[in-house]
Write a protein that binds this ligand. Sequence first.
Ligand SMILES: C[S@@+](CC[C@H](N)C(=O)[O-])C[C@H]1O[C@@H](n2cnc3c(N)ncnc32)[C@H](O)[C@@H]1O
Length: 355
Amino acid sequence: MGRVRAYVVVAPGLETLAADELRSIGVTGKVSVTRGGIEADMTTRQMYAVHRWARISTRVLVRVAAGPARTFDELEALVASIGWDDYLAADDPVAVHAASQASRLYHEGAIAERVLGVLGRTADTEGSRVYLRLDRNRATISVDASGASLHHRGWRQAGHAAPLRPTIAAAMLRAVGSDCTTPVVDPMTGSGTIAIEAALIAAGRPHERAFAFQRWPSFEPGTWASVSAPVVARATVPAPIVAADRDAGAVETARGNVVAAGVDGLVTVDRSALNGQRWPVEPSLVVCNPPYGRRLGHREGLRDLYAALGRRIADGGHTLGLLTADDRLARATGLELTERFATTNGGIAVRCWST
Ligand SMILES: C[S@@+](CC[C@H](N)C(=O)[O-])C[C@H]1O[C@@H](n2cnc3c(N)ncnc32)[C@H](O)[C@@H]1O
């Protein structure tokens, strides 16, 4: 395929960090940030590398056509002009996701049916995903290269009540400048997401799961194999990564996840409350997602917890990365904080702060 025009879907708020990450993975073409995504020109090899290494992005769509579509005839001609044999194997079922705004063709079900008619495919929600967006009578058609969302890392076990999205954990680590040589502490680890992300990054471990583009007839196994070597800096001897939680169930879940992610040699998981935890003596990155009083705990009782966290950071000369839904609790740390990004986690608006 040579080059692809990609739209990389990113959770709103993480776009700039995700764009930096794409560049660090080797995307050298034009990268433009929009709300909720990034337009990027890539070689096929770069698109494969993004799937191996991107930790902040959610999904990659490959743009296959764009053009006017004021009538069904025009739409069908545009769909027919695409070289589908690159993306769909014979008889592959297809799921067409149509969206229309401010356009003459507005019936999204009818639009999807026309696309399927041109493709001669049956509809199946589990099939290859084709996205058709009509905006002011102009259609953009894309094929999903990723399959399941990229935040599915494949290690999460059931158990913890309020897990953080790994994509947000990766964004926090990038925002605080995690470099794999400074120890990382997640003192309220829950299911272990932040510590596991830090370990996978430090170990230079690529995503091992399957992606939709591997089923495309145009898939290049040799090119795919060539992006398995780390393209991002990693530590020869990763610094310690310490995870802790006061809750026995959380610790059990975190330990199971650490083993499932294959990073049990890199992460220690201790059951202890914040004040009794043993952190590395050298200045560390303390990256955490404490309770913020909506789903877990109650806000009033949390001020002391945030204040205690702030004291430990200041006393040890550590750097803090903090994700919380409550600015007042962030201020209760008593630390001078800078906002790094604002996004949502599990439908709740949250901000990442750092010292
Ligand atoms: C929002 S959850 C963290 C979720 C986590 N980032 C994940 O991905 O699963 C907050 C965690 O803080 C823990 N916690 C609350 N108070 C604590 C304390 N004083 N010391 C240690 N852990 C505490 C809770 O047990 C809970 O697991």
